[in-house]
Every structure is written in C-alpha cells, then in structure tokens.
Design a protein around this ligand. Structure first.
Ligand code: AQP
Length: 330
C-alpha cells in the first residue's frame, strides 16, 4: 500500500471548504492507502493564537476528524506537537533550504500581507516544517489543494538534495490532487477561498454550525443580479460556488443542476443548497457531540496516535542524524 500523509491546521473550526476539499477525501483514502493524518498545531503558531483557544481547537479538531469518519483502526491520526521529531527535522532541513527558495513561496507573500504586523521567521520557514512532516513518514503521496503545489515541489527538491548529497534517505513524495476535491470559495467574497480564519464569519460555514445558521449564511451568500442558475466562474462566481457545493454533496453535474433549477429563482436554489449542507453535516455533528464528551476515550486515541507516529518518525530522524554527522553513541 502506498503511504499518504496530510495535515490540517487547528487555526479555526473546520469549514465546509476543508471538508469538501480535503476531509471527505481523507475518509475515502483511508480504505485504499496507508494513511497518516495530522493536526498540525505547530503550523498554526505562525499566526498569533490565543492559548486557550488553540488548546480547545486542537482537541476539537482531533474529534472533528473522528466525527468526519477518520477511523483510528484504519489510519494513523495524531497531533503534530506530540512528536518532536517534526521540529528537529525541520531545523535540519532549514539548513539545507535556501532563502531564495522560501522567498519565492506565494503563500508566504500572501500571509505576510495579511498579517503584516507579525511577519515572523516561522511564517517564512513554514515550508521546511511541512517538508519535515511529510519526509519523516516516507510518504508517497500528499493529498492537498492546488494552493500547496509550491510547497510540495520544495519538499521534493529538499528530499532529492538530501538524497543526492548523502545517500537515499527520504522517499520523494508526490502531490496528489484529487479530481473530486472541490475548491470552495467564500460565501461573501467568492473570488477568495473559504477560510476558517476569515474575519468575516458570513464567508464560511463551519462543520459544527447550527443548521439555522447554515441556512442563514447560504441565504445571505453573495450572488449576481440575474436570476439564472448557471455555472460561470468568471461572471457568476457566487452562484457557481453554490453549484460547486451542491454538486459535491449530491454528485449531480453542473448541467443537471442547471436543469433542475431552470426557471426557478435563486431563493429556492439556495434553500436546496442549505438543506443539502445541513443533511451532510447532521451525522457529523451528532458524532462530534457524542465523542467530544468522552474525553478519556479521545485522550487515549491522542496518546496512541502520538506513540505510533513517534516510532515511525524517529526511525527516519535517526538515519538523518547519522548521515549528516551528528554524533550518536552506538
Ligand atoms: N476553501 C477550500 N476549498 C477546498 N479545500 C480547502 N482547504 C482549505 N480551504 C479550502 C484544504 O483544507 C486542507 C487543510 O487546510 P489547512 O488547515 O492546512 O489550511 P488552509 O489550506 O490554509 O485552510 P484554511 O481553512 O484557509 O485555513 P487558514 O484560514 O488557517 O489559512 C488543505 O488540504 C487545503 O487544501
């Protein structure tokens, strides 16, 4: 079985975008691949976090992944900061990463613009921590959105650089961009992607959101002055985004959706989208409620996941340390 690694930040509550673009696929992938999924809390530190919020969101993120259907019997699920090999390898990789390479990263430029009051070194070296996450587990495939392509390329370059300088040590991973992985946009600014840390809460829908609120947000979603449900990303970004959501949930094609709502206005279409979202999230919300109150069970899973991940990660890290000349007592 090929190995898959993917992570998600506890930088907010998971959105419908995270779900349709990543988590829903993860649940399917765990049946066919050797999957490792990680709550990347260290990555979240690149943006200032309120400690008590980060603590709660990390726990809730772990539980949300379980509630979405990640099964610890099938996939390895853990929290990044429990395995210190990640930061150790990240430092080592930093010493093999050129400033020029990091300077080219568009995510850094975007985030630096957005958080201009806190352009910290972690934000800059984020890609080498991500490379460490992936390379520690001898990963074959990394399912991510298009926005992560550059980071995957850098990870591959670092793996090749290291392997060529010393000897084969890291599996050189490939990005895995599932065809079905939708890119969901903000409900308020449909030219921007839906983000869990958006300051405009009407822009995103959280997996744990109240059904009445979900409906309200979808009804408020920005559309256009026509009244025709038609897919046109350029001129009808809002409606196209709602169609994308509806299509991902119902597996109907855009053409089928256009026919279904021919001659029917946006109002009814929005209600149908809202109902589809509520229906999909209902079982997830129920499982979340059940699981999150069973703290002993969840914490046991957190610890077991960390132990399993640690064993794998240290195997790679030990090899790396030896090859680069860090002294190790036999
Ligand atoms: N809008 C989206 N549509 C489809 N997929 C998305 N992903 C994120 N937003 C969308 C996918 O979710 C996974 C986890 O993302 P992340 O936690 O690493 O951070 P992100 O991509 O930066 O997601 P957010 O929600 O926008 O977080 P913040 O606000 O903290 O920056 C990834 O696989 C991503 O592709």
């Amino acid at each position: 079985k090929k190995r898959i690694f993917s992570g998600i930040q506890p930088s907010g509550y998971f959105t419908l975008g995270n779900y349709l673009g990543a988590l829903k696929n993860w649940v399917t992938l765990q049946n066919d691949y050797d999957c490792i999924f990680c709550v990347v809390d260290l990555h979240a530190l690149t943006v200032r976090q309120e400690p008590k919020h980060l603590r709660k969101r990390t726990y809730d993120s772990f539980v949300q992944l379980l509630a979405c259907g990640i099964d610890p019997q099938k996939a390895l699920l853990f929290i990044q900061s429990y395995v210190s090999a990640h930061t150790e390898l990240a430092w080592i990789l930093d010493c093999y990463t050129y400033m020029g390479e990091l300077n080219r990263m568009t995510q850094f430029k975007d985030k630096a613009e957005k958080h201009s009051d806190n352009i910290n070194a972690g934000l800059f070296t984020y890609p080498s921590l991500m490379a460490a996450d992936i390379l520690l587990y001898q990963t074959d495939l990394v399912p991510v959105g298009d926005d992560q392509k550059q980071h995957i390329e850098l990870t591959r370059d670092l793996a090749n650089r290291f392997n060529n300088t010393y000897s084969p040590t890291f599996m050189v991973p490939e990005g895995y961009y599932p065809k079905t992985g939708a890119r969901i946009m903000s409900l308020q600014e449909p030219e921007k992607k839906m983000s869990k840390s958006d300051e405009n809460e009407n822009g995103f829908i959280m997996l744990l959101e109240e059904p009445s609120m979900i409906m309200k947000k979808i009804k408020r979603a920005v559309t256009d002055s026509e009244n025709e449900v038609r897919y046109d990303r350029e001129n009808k970004a809002g409606i196209s985004n709602l169609m994308e959501i509806y299509s991902s949930l119902t597996e109907k094609s855009f053409e089928e959706i256009e026919n279904e709502f021919k001659g029917i206005g946006y109002g009814e279409f929005k209600i149908a989208v809202g109902e589809a979202v509520i229906k999909e999230l209902d079982p997830i919300q129920k499982r979340f409620k059940e699981l999150s109150s069973d703290k002993a069970y969840v914490e046991k899973l957190i610890q077991e996941g960390a132990q399993k991940a640690e064993a794998l990660a240290y195997k790679t890290l030990r090899k790396v340390k030896k090859k680069i000349g860090l002294y190790q007592v036999k």
